[in-house]
Design a protein around this ligand. Structure first.
Ligand code: NAD
Length: 256
């Protein structure tokens, strides 16, 4: 068991990657806190995990863009468990216009999406970082993306409605740098801060896109949502005890 009895908060825990992360934490003996703005979905995910791993998941309502909501979650978990071992900054807030091509992105939408996603990741890392400092240590993992470190390969999206949103590049590159900032700031407080950058994850994308994407990869191409679990568990566990301020890229070589 890599995470025996560790309390691990996963924001966006009811989402596509989040629910796999929560199940992986529970499987390794941790207590996964499925923290999501969609409280009903979080309850469903927690219930499913608990049926396989009794006592190893619980749901929490959380809005990462609300100081009151973040503080309330920290207080509630401290009261219940006495400590919080780790937080995975994994929620994916975006407004209804998110994902448009560059020409169609308004100033307001750009700012709104950067606000909620990057601002929310900052708020979570700040508040959990301070709580971790008070308790004498903790572990923060920020979900970034290959598009935080490489220029987009727009050619893979040709003839599909998909694109790599300009907000995403701004947000995820900033998340990588925030990770270094927080790791440096909390040095000496027993706090590690790293980020995890997956490449594309299979989710019913058009076949032509998948084929083009795969030509840049080592073997598999787009990954399954479970393929990122091993790297997350490494960063959460003591196996990575002396790793801090790093960005672990899991993309089957796409960004090389
Ligand atoms: N899916 C991919 O291909 C991929 C690739 C690389 C990186 N990532 C990153 O992984 C993370 C998760 O992505 P995903 O694809 O699972 O997203 P998703 O949309 O499936 O899930 C995101 C979850 O976040 C929740 N959420 C939204 N706003 C919130 C808020 N304000 N507070 C709390 N929860 C909120 C949603 O309810 C949802 O359950 C994101 O950071 C994303 O950028 C995803």
């Amino acid at each position: 068991m890599l995470l025996a009895d560790k309390v691990v908060v996963v924001t966006g825990g009811a989402g596509f990657l989040g629910k796999q992360f929560c199940a992986a934490v529970a499987e390794q003996g941790g207590i996964a806190v499925v923290a999501d703005i969609d409280a009903e979905a979080a309850a469903r995910v927690a219930e499913e995990i608990v049926s396989a791993y009794p006592g190893h998941a619980e749901a929490a309502a959380l809005d990462i863009t609300s100081h009151a909501s973040v503080s309330a979650l920290i207080a509630e978990l401290m009261e219940k468990h006495g400590r919080i071992d780790a937080v995975v900054n994994n929620a994916y807030p975006r407004n209804r216009n998110y994902g448009r091509k560059l020409e169609d992105v308004t100033y307001e939408d750009f700012c709104d999406n950067v606000d909620s996603h990057l601002g929310g990741y900052f708020l979570m890392a700040q508040q959990f970082g301070l709580a971790f400092r008070r308790q004498g240590g903790g572990n923060i993992i920020n979900m970034a993306s290959i598009y935080g470190v490489m220029a987009p390969r727009f050619e893979v999206y040709a003839d599909t409605p998909m694109t790599m949103p300009v907000e995403y590049a701004a947000i995820k590159s900033a998340v990588v740098q925030l990770t270094r900032y927080f790791a440096q700031y909390f040095k000496g407080d027993g706090i590690r801060v790293n980020c995890l950058s997956p490449g594309g994850i299979l989710d019913e994308q058009p076949e032509a896109f998948l084929q083009r994407y795969k030509t840049y990869c080592n073997s598999k191409g787009m990954l399954d949502s479970r393929d990122v679990n091993g790297s997350l568990l490494f960063l959460l566990s003591d196996a990575s005890r002396y790793v801090t301020g790093q960005n672990l890229i899991v993309d089957d070589g796409f960004s090389l």
